[in-house]
Design a protein around this ligand. Structure first.
Ligand code: GDP
Ligand code: IMO
Ligand code: MG
Length: 429
């Protein structure tokens, strides 16, 4: 199986990084295909905890070539701070390759992000304020600057200056703060020179690896329901995290992909605004007792912004739709251990709207906001799953949850997360 795609099936933070780290053992290339430093990915190896935003989660292995694909938007200050942190801990990033076609993020993107969110007031999306939307907007408007531009420093500097002058004027006209053009040009000239050795024709590199029978893993950030086309628009990110985004974001064609692993948390979380049918919260949006328990036990705080995540029960209507949108071949069900102490666990198996059971997943966020979830209840297992190393050693009630997921969504659950550490995972053959 030459190419595997890993994709989040909910609203992010499903534990993608841990599963990617696990799968990286059998892959020689791990390529991020979309998003930017809005992602926060945590890998725990023994006493060590690695928090990644841009660099692919496969970087921790010496045999892996990490690739930042053409579909990613790259914030150079974050990239180098991440490289410096990893290298200071003995993880070499010298193998890292950054697509010449990836777009760069500049300070004006972050300023536009903050300005737009401020103007939305109560209707704000709750973005990470990393400039992701404005950077993708510039790519679509064909005024973005691509990473490969740093290979010609004089031209790169001229492009940065021109864009900085234009964007500064627009920001000021919109009532925001402009940028210090000379300071930005100087800062990015230095950053560009540092980026140059990492620039690569990654499309060609990945195809040569395929031709040489290498195993490739394409790593999605964010998730299916944050997808700009298929997520809960406008409460979405500005890229296509779904599996087909992996093709556009790396240059690998769909026929080369043979395995698509959907990562689903055993409950649901969301950061930022937008409808959330199974949310465990009161009318004011504050978490109820069970929602708070999921936050506390599951440490549900964003790694990028530190925001408390909203929490709720597992939603199999979403997951079934994620199977369709991504052609999932299997599911990795993570953080099952977080439910260890619950008396009972609920799972949403369908939605009703005005008393009628809905067929399919609502196509509009306004409709999703009105659906009523229908739950099945599974008795809690009230025991720690942490030491379980085989599927059969999981408590029967935990297995009942796994098997309900398989029955409702129609694809096998091949991995079950039982703790944060690298090997806290039951892999089913
Ligand atoms: P990602 O954005 O999808 O990569 O997920 P994050 O890294 O943002 O959040 C997942 C969190 O859950 C991280 O802190 C992981 O260390 C942790 N985690 C992942 N899988 C498991 C699991 O099976 N059990 C527990 N207890 N923690 C897990
Ligand atoms: P990982 O890869 C969870 C959310 C933001 C906001 C919306 C738009 O760690 O799963 P953006 O800054 O992208 O314009 O914000 O998307 N969001 C995430 N939520 N996990 C993420 O990444 C996210 N990346 C963006 O909270 O609601
Ligand atoms: Mg995350």
């Amino acid at each position: 199986m030459p190419v595997t795609v890993v994709v989040g099936t909910q609203w992010g933070d499903e534990g993608k990084a841990k599963i990617i780290d696990l799968l990286s053992r059998d892959h020689s290339y791990v390529a991020r295909y979309q998003g930017g430093h809005n992602a926060g990915h945590t890998v725990v190896v023994g006493e060590e905890k690695y928090a990644l935003q841009l660099i692919p989660s496969g970087v921790l292995y010496n045999h892996v070539t990490p690739v930042i694909g053409n579909g990613v938007v790259v914030d150079m200050p974050t990239l180098f701070s991440e490289i410096d942190k990893l290298e200071s801990r003995g993880i070499s990033c010298s193998r890292l390759k950054v697509s010449s076609q990836a777009h760069l993020i500049f300070p004006w993107h972050q300023l536009h992000d903050a300005l737009a969110e401020g103007k939305r007031g109560d209707d704000k999306i709750g973005t990470t304020l990393k400039g992701i939307g404005p950077a993708y907007a510039d790519k679509a408007r064909r005024v973005g600057i691509r990473a490969g531009a740093v290979l010609d420093p004089a031209s790169f500097t001229a492009q940065v200056r021109e864009r900085a002058i234009d964007e500064s004027a627009i920001l000021v006209a919109l009532g925001g703060q402009g940028v210090d053009v000379d300071a930005v040009v100087a800062q990015f000239a230095t950053l560009g020179a540092r980026l140059a050795p990492y620039i690569c024709d990654t499309v060609n590199e990945l195809h040569e690896a395929l031709d040489a029978q290498q195993q490739l893993l394409l790593e999605g950030a964010q998730a299916t329901f944050l997808d700009i086309d298929h997520g809960t628009y406008p409460f979405v990110t500005s890229s296509n995290p779904i599996a087909s985004g992996a093709c556009a974001g790396t240059g690998i064609g769909p026929r080369d992909i043979s395995r698509v692993v959907g990562i689903a948390k055993a409950y649901t979380t969301r950061v930022g605004s937008g409808p959330f049918p199974t949310e465990l919260a009161d009318a004011s949006g504050a978490p109820d007792e069970l929602g708070q328990a999921l936050i506390t036990i599951g440490h549900e705080f964003g790694t990028v912004t530190g925001r408390q995540r909203r929490t709720g029960w597992l939603d199999l209507v979403m997951l079934r739709h994620a199977v369709r949108l991504n052609s999932l071949t299997e599911i990795a069900l993570t953080k099952l251990d977080i439910l260890d102490t619950f008396d009972e666990v609920k799972v949403c198996v369908s939605y009703t709207l005005n008393g009628e059971t809905l067929r399919g997943y609502p196509d509009r966020a306004e409709v999703l906001a009105q659906v009523v979830p229908v739950y099945e209840t599974i008795p809690g297992w009230k025991t720690s799953l942490r030491e379980c190393k085989t599927y059969d050693s999981l408590h029967a009630n935990a297995r009942a949850l796994v098997e309900l997921v398989e029955k409702i969504v129609g694809v096998p659950v091949t991995m079950v997360g039982t703790g944060p550490e690298r090997d806290d995972c039951v892999v089913r053959s």
